[in-house]
Design a protein around this ligand. Structure first.
Ligand code: HEM
Length: 544
């Protein structure tokens, strides 16, 4: 599915996509002009209101500070844009990005209040071109009681033990099908493999579609569809946006057919147990849950399967490849669980992954903190608001930028170092404190968070217990979506029992595993109680 690393896209959270599109788009100028004509705009700039705004700079006419934002976003440190302004104006400042005057929050408490607010105060805000592609009734765009209802229904189903069991069994099956094809004479592209696996797993959970012709058709259409999300917003035959909308129409047709078949077979209300998200939404009595609404949401829900979850897993493999101490401890933990289950003659179930791999969980948490797959979320103020002394005028956008908070050295020691041990002390991974919000918060807290973690745990378990690997040099691209430049190529060797991966960076095109002497064993490596390494290949570079 991932034929090119450039083809990845993010609709799931559109904050970064918004920047790319708006800067390229003539619609930004159109929007700006409209804004200036709008009577509320006059209000926005009345001197009383202007004086109450946070400090900051609105930049150039039309473009605002978007170019500076984009040039930082393409670098290794996208947060430099924020860092410069934090020094000048404080943690909350005004700017003009994404085609709108915007209050940027890099303050954990202010961001937390914004996320916790309801739709009377803040609503999601995305550029028009993206909202057209998502469809009017997408959960990402609707507000109020309907959003809460759909969120609740989807969230409860995604958290249910029934679905976790199904995801675990599907994930194990698809991982096995993928890994069986891995050979030692060519690299495996982790980002590509995980995209295939996670998409199939999610589509099965959404519409009960198994691997086959329809799944292949859907994958192909979906690829074409998401390409449009990062395209120039001109809808004429031959343009990317046009092709994207055509692909969406073909997906809609297939999904409508599935929904209709399910609806007809449930006319008598005989459906006892929902097997997938469509069943869950069909079972609800709310008349607003029409076929069109269900269809729009099913398509949106495919996006994390194609983008966020695979990126989470790929980043974890990348960080582990660069941190032998963490890899050793994680491998040891997973081998221990594998052997225990083998001894008991039991298969691994979802609760084994979620409850018996605490260090692997910490690795995933640390990956979410450092990776910032979703850099932040955009909201629009529905009325004048004051939070912690910060005035946000009605009609202005607010950008809660998670990345600066997750990499703030007042909140995290050595924030640029991958150090999963920090989570052994810091157990607030809920996001309630506002310091750690990779899944957002409040009424729009990601309903798929448990699922994302479970999929990552299962993949890492099977990867480290079946293979040793050597990672090729690769780097993280942060914009417009987070991904690995080369899709994370690794050279693998099937594991014998008891050995442990020694990682190095390989620049040749021969499998480096073939000439590698494995010098470590899982038992020659220890961490003391503070997490400091005492082994020779330890995490000294983390604490040096
Ligand atoms: C690493 C993986 C993931 C990350 C980092 C992530 C992150 C987020 C974030 C930050 C939000 C909040 C958006 C906002 O406040 O506007 C969100 C919302 C959402 N996520 Fe995820 N997500 C992930 C995986 C998933 C998965 C696997 C699913 C479902 C299968 C999912 C479904 C959703 C939905 C439906 C919403 C919208 C909720 C609403 O607006 O009511 N996500 N996600």
């Amino acid at each position: 599915m991932d034929s090119s690393s450039n083809s990845t896209s993010l609709i799931h959270l559109l904050a970064s996509a918004a920047a790319a599109i708006v800067v390229l788009s003539a619609s930004a100028i159109f929007f700006y002009r409209r804004l200036l004509k709008n009577s509320t705009t006059t209000n926005l700039f009345s001197s009383y209101r202007r004086n109450r705004l946070p400090l900051g700079n609105l930049g150039w006419p039309f473009l605002g500070e978007t170019l500076d934002f984009i040039s930082c976003a393409y670098s290794d440190r996208p947060e430099t844009f924020m860092d410069k302004r934090r020094l000048l104006y404080g943690k909350v400042f005004k700017s003009h990005i994404f085609g709108s005057p915007t209050i940027v929050s890099t303050d954990a408490e202010v961001s937390r209040s914004i996320l916790q607010s309801d739709a009377k105060t803040f609503v999601p805000s995305y550029p028009r071109s993206l909202t057209e592609l998502m469809g009017k009734s997408s959960i990402l765009l609707i507000n109020g009681s309907l959003q809460r209802r759909i969120h609740g229904l989807i969230g409860a189903f995604l958290k249910s033990p029934h679905l976790k069991a199904q995801i675990t069994s599907d994930m194990q099956k698809y991982i096995q099908q993928s890994m069986i094809k891995w050979t030692e004479d060519r690299p495996v592209y982790i980002q590509h493999e995980t995209k295939q696996i996670a998409f199939q797993v999610l589509v099965k959970a959404l519409i009960s579609l198994d691997i086959g012709d329809d799944m292949e058709f859907l994958k192909k259409q979906f690829q074409e569809f998401i390409a449009g999300l990062m395209s120039f917003p001109i809808n004429l035959p031959g343009t990317t946006l046009y092709r994207s909308l055509q692909a969406k129409k073909r997906m809609v047709k297939l999904i409508h057919k599935i929904i209709q078949t399910k609806r007809s077979s449930n006319m008598d209300g005989s459906m006892s147990f929902p097997e997938d998200v469509v069943d869950v939404l069909l079972k609800d009595a709310n008349p607003q849950l029409t076929n069109d609404l269900i269809c729009d949401n099913i398509i949106d829900l495919m996006i994390p399967g194609e983008d966020s979850v695979p990126v989470l897993i790929t980043l974890a493999v990348k960080y582990l490849s660069d941190c032998p101490a963490a890899l050793r401890q994680l491998t040891e933990e997973n081998l221990r669980l594998k052997r225990l289950k083998e001894k008991l003659g039991e298969p691994l179930c979802w609760s084994d992954y979620l409850l018996s791999l605490p260090f692997t969980q910490d690795v995933i948490t640390e990956t979410l903190r450092m990776g910032n797959i979703i850099i932040g979320v955009m909201r629009k103020a529905m009325k004048d608001v004051e939070i912690k002394g910060v005035f946000i005028p009605k009609g202005w956008c607010v950008f809660t930028y998670f990345r600066s908070i997750h990499l703030d050295d007042n909140l995290y020691d050595s924030p640029y170092q991958f150090f999963p041990w920090r989570w052994q002390k810091e157990k607030d991974t809920s996001g309630n404190g506002g310091n750690f919000t990779p899944f957002g918060g409040g009424q729009r807290l990601c309903p798929g968070l448990d699922l994302a973690r479970l999929e990552a745990l299962i993949f890492l378990h099977h990867f480290v217990t079946h293979f040793r690997w050597v990672a090729e040099e690769d780097s993280i691209i942060n914009f417009p979506t987070v991904r690995l430049r080369r899709r994370m190529p690794v050279w693998v060797k099937r594991r014998r029992d008891d050995d442990v991966s020694i990682i190095s960076t390989n620049n040749s095109n021969k499998n480096p595993m073939s000439s590698m002497v494995v010098t470590g064993s899982i038992y020659d490596y220890r961490l003391d109680t503070t997490g400091q390494s005492t082994g020779q290949n330890g995490n000294k570079r983390i604490y040096s």
